[in-house]
Design a protein around this ligand. Structure first.
Ligand SMILES: *Cc1c(COP(=O)(O)O)cnc(C)c1O
Length: 368
């Protein structure tokens, strides 16, 4: 029996260490490693989780929004933190919390330089994002030239790093384009670097990039995201799941043929006596409602049992006919079986969305 008989997301810390080792093995010994903990650590939590990463020798963290960075500081983590998509009005907040902005354009750079200067900063670390093909955020050549002209006067900041983001580094069909991105990054980052009297960290690799392009584009640092959470684009069997969504059975009942289970009479019983287990988890916890009606199976005492009827807000029902189960037994919604990959396939989405959909109200429990 599991120790926690309530709905929770169990984070397996030794599997996180295992996955970290796997990705480190592709990098040169002096390469730095940044781990992405945006979106609440891809669902794994932010404060305590960041502390675990700090304890495991990670060099940098990155988040999407300022609030996520503040949560890292409140947890007492001292690692440098890059904030990837902060609005300009948040720049003073970043500075007060020693959070480092990613600056994607000249306006952002100028604004940050002014804010840092107004707060008496000198050499405040900032990160310059280059657009090498994603066409989402980042400097292109002409704007980068304009930036270099402003550098001599921008004493309040120091360019700690320059980076760009791959579009499709996990997909061999796009390897030519990935190499185009590498070439563009080399040109643009060298151009910027040549206008500085110090060497900024250069970084380009994301998770699939680490597995597939570390030799060609290792540079000084790699940014590990989905990989640390168990996703490989090369060989999934080398990695381990890190998040296990678990929930207790609240009640077990037998339902006669012709009766229905749940809202809208969607779960029709077609056998003489179906055994139904009601679970303490619903779509408000991140169990996507499209998994209703037997689209997915969860694992119960070593067996797979399909959902029956519609998933409710806080509960859902499984058809556990033929399975030994009683109230209090813990059910795995995802983890080893089913995996996040299986649920992503059923839902026509990617594993990232399965992980980041686990609701805030679900406690994260770290298993060391
Ligand atoms: C999210 C993100 C990553 C990590 O991507 P993965 O596919 O999860 O490895 C790296 N760099 C940037 C800029 C990102 O936004």
């Amino acid at each position: 029996m599991s120790e926690h008989q309530y709905t929770h997301l169990e984070i397996n810390v030794s599997n996180i260490r295992h996955n970290l080792r796997y990705f480190r093995s592709f990098l040169s010994a002096n390469s730095k490693l940044l781990v992405l903990v945006k979106a609440y650590g891809y669902g794994h939590g932010i404060g305590e989780f960041s502390r675990i990463l700090e304890d495991n020798g990670v060099d940098y963290l990155a988040v999407a929004f300022p609030g996520e960075g503040v949560a890292i500081r409140e947890a007492g983590v001292r690692l440098p933190v890059i904030v990837l998509s902060s609005g300009m009005e948040h720049y003073p907040l970043l500075i007060r919390n020693r959070l480092e902005p990613s600056l994607p354009c000249l306006e952002a750079f100028q604004r940050f330089v002014r804010e840092a200067s107004a707060l008496g900063q000198h050499d405040y670390p900032v990160h310059i994002k280059l657009d090498t093909g994603m066409h989402r955020l980042g400097f292109e050549k002409a704007e980068l030239e304009a930036l270099t002209e402003e550098l001599p006067l921008a004493r309040s900041v120091r360019i700690a790093s320059v980076f760009s983001h791959f579009v499709a580094s996990g997909d061999p069909a796009h390897d030519d384009f990935t190499r185009t991105q590498i070439a563009r990054f080399e040109t643009l980052s060298s151009f910027l670097s040549d206008h500085l009297d110090y060497k900024p960290i250069r970084h380009l690799l994301n998770s699939p990039g680490i597995e597939r392009f570390a030799k060609e584009a290792g540079y000084d640092m790699a940014r590990l995201g989905i990989g640390i959470y168990g996703m490989s684009y090369v060989d999934r069997s080398r990695l381990r799941p890190t998040a296990y969504l678990k929930t207790p059975v609240l009640q077990v009942k037998y339902v006669r043929q012709g009766e229905t289970v749940g809202y809208a009479r969607a779960g029709r019983v077609t056998v003489p006596a179906a055994k139904i287990a009601t679970l303490a988890i619903g779509y408000a916890d991140g169990v996507n409602r499209h998994l209703s009606g037997g689209k997915a199976c969860f694992s119960v005492n070593g067996h797979r049992a399909p959902t029956i009827g519609n998933i409710c807000m806080d509960m859902c029902m499984l058809d556990v006919t033929g399975i030994e189960v009683k109230p209090g037994d813990m059910v795995t919604v995802f983890g080893d079986d089913p995996t996040i990959f299986e649920l992503a396939d059923i839902l026509g989405t990617i594993p990232y969305e399965i992980l980041t959909s686990v609701a805030f109200r679900v406690p994260r429990i770290y298993k060391m």
